[in-house]
Ligand binder design. Sequence first.
Ligand SMILES: [Mg+2]
Length: 188
Amino acid sequence: MKFGFDIDDTLINLREHAFHLYNKKLDQNIGLNIFHSLKTVEIHEPFGLTAEEGWQMWNSLLEEIYYTTCPPFPYAVETLNELVEQGHEIYYITSRPKVHGERTKKWMIENGFRVKDGHFFYGMNDEEKVHIIEELGLDYFFDDKPAVLETLIHRPVKAFAKDTSYNQHLQLPRIFCWSELKKIMKNS
Ligand SMILES: [Mg+2]
């Protein structure tokens, strides 16, 4: 089978990692309960930042956000490696900007994910992911972002939402933890 995965907030806990960095940078101590109640993908609001200021903060910290110690979600690395061992094909499809594509791929490999040549796509818009997914003929695709998931409803791919506070309104099957993937494959 062919499996596709978004990276940020699907396989790795990027927004929470960034939330800690915002707290540090702004000398604040806003709790994770606030983080877990956010209804937006963006995280600037609890810090009292406007969208514009939030965008600037994100970009000023981008190096640290992307390339330091962002943890993969529990069981993500193990589960994907198990799929590879079982002979499944794994594709990574991230909308991180083109200029960060190759470095991100390297970071993923350094953090335990196996990435085959030609199986790593980056630099597309949210609405463009569906075209790559369909050209590759993926059986399964996992993402957290409503703007992406909305394009996958009623498509042949079995799309799953990685459960988050900002995608609760979507009527799609969800995965809460990567340890559930085997059960999902059996039941779908
Ligand atoms: Mg994502």
